[in-house]
Design a protein around this ligand. Structure first.
Ligand code: FA5
Length: 348
């Protein structure tokens, strides 16, 4: 009779598992597979002898052979995985496979807190029916100052320290805009009233940095020109804005101010949310923070852009986005928005 008995199968099984365990390469593993499970393999061949057995033995030995094949295949696959890991390991030049090491953390991108506030501000004015206009950051001196009623020798030019561009090929004097108000000029030159627009953008000033001042920041300008626009419209729009931005119980106040392009001119302060009005470095212990300048468009400005100042009136405002963001998120140093410290920007 043949080799086909339990003892022989068990010996083959043990021998095969031992060889798999001791294999040191993929090639060796393949050879073992062929040796035992190939068409003429030591275990596979035994199946051909099954018909020579009695029915009872055929069933028992058949089952044993099936189990053995399954076990050998599992062991082969397991060893194969181990080899694959070692290969990956080598490829990535790991000195050691550290299975207890925790996985890499993947960070999901987020919107920068300044952009969040920027979009929020814009959305509030869109809800009030304002359209969006944009202008260039490199601006003509004429638009940044002259047409805004700030002639060349006007002391008001000192209010905003200006970065001029030294471009000899241009006949016009160019500068980095110091505020978004020149976009008012561009809009009024290109459109007839009624005008109801906001003009968001980046502005530049030759300014020393401190906890509430940057040399490069953002403003959102607002302009409404029509027949019969009044100061109360301006106050209503801006009060609506702060209540939507900060909640209905926020305290705000208008103070008299001076801008050559508005008459009368005002500044709007809101309660300092960093110290809740108690007094801190952000509000310079006043309990209030200035967030915007505003006023009724000066009749001379309307005339400068060809709008009849007898027939039309308008209001304008320019708010500081970073200052609003400071209050919204209770940040006591404006410079933090630009430092890109991961610990800071992931908090929002
Ligand atoms: C202006 O820039 C005027 N153009 C605003 C205006 C528009 C008045 C229309 C009337 C009509 P001011 O320089 O005050 O004004 O700046 C406006 C706002 O920008 C300030 O209230 C403040 O919120 C912000 N801001 C001003 N300077 C800085 C700075 N260095 N860093 C950060 N924010 C600033």
């Amino acid at each position: 009779m043949s080799n086909i008995n339990e003892k022989h199968i068990s010996e083959l099984r043990q021998q095969c598992l031992k060889e798999i365990e001791e294999a040191t390469s993929l090639a060796e593993l393949n050879t073992i597979k062929t040796k035992y499970l190939g068409r003429k393999g030591l275990i596979r061949q035994l199946f051909e002898e099954l018909p020579n057995l009695s029915l009872k033995e055929r069933r028992e030995i058949g089952e044993l052979l099936n189990r053995t094949v399954e076990e050998v295949e599992n062991k082969l696959n397991q060893k194969l995985e181990e080899f694959k890991n070692v290969l990956i390991h080598k490829e990535h030049n790991f000195s050691k496979l550290e299975l207890t090491l925790s996985g890499n953390k993947f960070y999901v991108g987020k919107i920068h807190p300044l952009n969040k506030v920027y979009y929020e501000i814009i959305q509030i004015f869109l809800n009030l029916g304002f359209s969006i206009e944009e202008g260039p950051e490199v601006e003509k001196e004429e638009y940044n100052f002259t047409l805004l009623n700030i002639p060349y020798d006007h002391p008001a030019r000192d209010m905003q320290d200006t970065l001029y561009l030294d471009l000899k090929d241009f006949s016009e004097k160019l500068l980095l805009r110091t505020h978004t108000s020149p976009v008012q000029i561009r809009v009024m030159l290109s459109k007839k009233p009624p005008i109801k627009s906001i003009m968001p953008g980046r502005v530049y000033r030759h300014e020393n940095l401190d906890p509430s001042h940057l040399f490069n920041f953002h403003q959102v300008e607002g302009l409404m020109v029509d027949r019969g626009v009044r100061l109360s419209d301006l106050k209503g729009v801006l009060t609506y804005f702060v209540k939507n931005m900060f909640g209905s119980d926020i305290e705000s106040r208008f103070r008299q101010s001076y801008f050559p392009f508005t008459e009368p001119s005002l500044e709007m302060d809101i309660q300092c949310l960093v110290c809740k009005g108690k007094g801190c470095s952000v509000c310079k212990n006043s309990g209030f923070v200035e967030v915007l300048g505003c006023g009724m468009v000066h009749p001379q400005v309307l005339e400068n852009v060809g709008i009849d100042s007898e027939a039309y009136t308008g209001f304008a405002f320019g708010l500081g986005v970073e200052r609003i963001a400071m209050l919204k998120y209770r940040i006591d140093d404006i410079r933090l928005f630009y430092e890109n410290d991961y610990r800071f920007i992931t908090q929002f």
